[in-house]
Design a protein around this ligand. Structure first.
Ligand code: MRU
Length: 371
């Protein structure tokens, strides 16, 4: 990766003082870092979207669990287990759609239980559980960055050699441990010499595109232009957009993709205009337990996030508003799903399941293609 395209943003890190995050609610106006010293603070940071984006939420969840267990005064393994369950429940109740959050909590649970089981005494069990959870959370952050880089290598060839690529929401360094999923593929393509320009949907109502994608791409020297969500169809019809690429919050076994509200519109418009629509997501975002996207829980957020922008009312007082935070794109609109283990294509029920059985190959992508 060249110096120019490497993202230097530290979205989240474990420090001696606590879990440190860049406050994404304040970007791009203010670059403020917050340090959370208890798990309740981490849970609130996830809920209020100080940290957001499926893989970043997963890392935050693991660090929140580690922080909560580390701070526990429990004097027995049973008491520590009760604390663990309370922490896990609190963190799991923050946001329902991104499966990475639940995946991360389950992963910490396995580490916690094995630390308790392997220790010789109660005292050692408590110390080992605390130490191993902190290490595991740090490992999950490092792994996430490596996984994103592998996704970049797997997906870069799919993007055009030059021209405009559309993205929706923010699936970049800010949404992950670093590098990004959809923006990671774009970063890798730019590093490979492709002359790519990004059109970023502003992504109403939370404006992740205008505030976050535009901020991190311009910081890294990748040309970016903001368009309102309603302009995407116009630019596609004019022939300006060569490909669309987004991240995901949860992908069902059949390839249906839950992602930021408005993604479905982009996918349908892309199909109508003969433009490939790619999804980049790690295996931790794929939920094989759900047969289709109909089963994915969709978070309903506050109507105030629709009626107000940066605290200023843009609608008549007391008018009703709806705010589903995600939508589900049926798999038939998805040209390919890019993962750290290669690229999956229709039929997704087979190609996604096969990825879970295959070995990670960071150099070469395993392409499951129907032609
Ligand atoms: O509500 P958000 O900002 O957490 O939603 C984020 C998205 O929808 C992203 O596209 C998705 O999590 C993929 S991030 C790599």
């Amino acid at each position: 990766m060249s110096e120019t395209q490497a993202s230097t943003i530290k979205t989240i890190e474990w420090t001696e003082a606590g879990v440190r995050m860049i406050d994404q609610t304040l970007l791009p106006a203010h670059e403020v870092y917050r340090t959370y010293t208890d798990y309740q603070g981490v849970a609130e940071a996830i809920r209020s979207m100080v940290i957001r984006g499926a893989p970043a939420i997963g890392v935050a969840a693991a660090m929140g669990v580690a922080l909560g267990v580390k701070n526990s005064n429990a004097a027995s393994a049973d008491a520590l287990r009760a604390d663990f369950e309370l922490i896990a429940r609190t963190i799991s109740a923050t946001r329902p759609t991104a499966v990475n959050l639940f995946w991360a909590v389950e992963r910490t649970r396995r580490v916690f239980e094995s630390a308790l089981a392997e220790a010789a005494s109660e005292e050692q069990a408590i110390a080992a559980a605390k130490e191993r959870l902190v290490k595991e959370a740090q490992r999950m952050l490092a792994e996430d960055i490596a996984v994103n880089e592998a996704m970049g290598r797997a997906g870069a060839a799919l993007l055009p050699d030059r021209g405009v690529v559309l993205t929706h929401c923010n699936a970049g360094a800010l949404a992950t441990g670093g590098y990004g999923t959809a923006l990671g593929v774009i970063r890798a393509a730019v590093d490979a010499g492709k002359k790519i320009e990004v059109f970023a949907d502003e992504t109403r109502p939370f404006l992740q595109g205008a505030r976050l994608t535009a901020w991190e791409l311009s910081r890294d020297g990748i040309p970016v232009t903001i368009i309102t969500d309603s302009m995407a169809g116009h630019f596609m019809k004019e022939g300006r957009i060569r490909a669309a690429i987004v991240g995901a919050d949860r992908i069902a076994a059949n390839g249906d993709v839950a992602n930021k509200i408005g993604t479905y519109t982009v996918a349908v418009l892309a199909r109508e205009n003969g433009i490939p629509f790619y999804v980049a997501a790690p295996l931790s975002t794929i939920d094989l337990k759900l047969a289709s996207g109909d089963e994915i829980p969709i978070e309903q957020r506050s109507a105030r996030e629709v009626t107000h922008v940066a605290g200023v009312a843009i609608a008549p007082e007391a008018v009703r508003a709806q705010h589903p935070a995600f939508d589900v794109t049926p798999h038939r609109y998805v040209t390919a799903i890019i993962t750290e283990r290669g690229v999956a294509r229709e039929p997704y029920t087979e190609s996604l399941a096969a990825l879970f059985g295959s070995k990670v190959n960071s150099r070469q992508s395993t392409v499951h293609s129907q032609g």
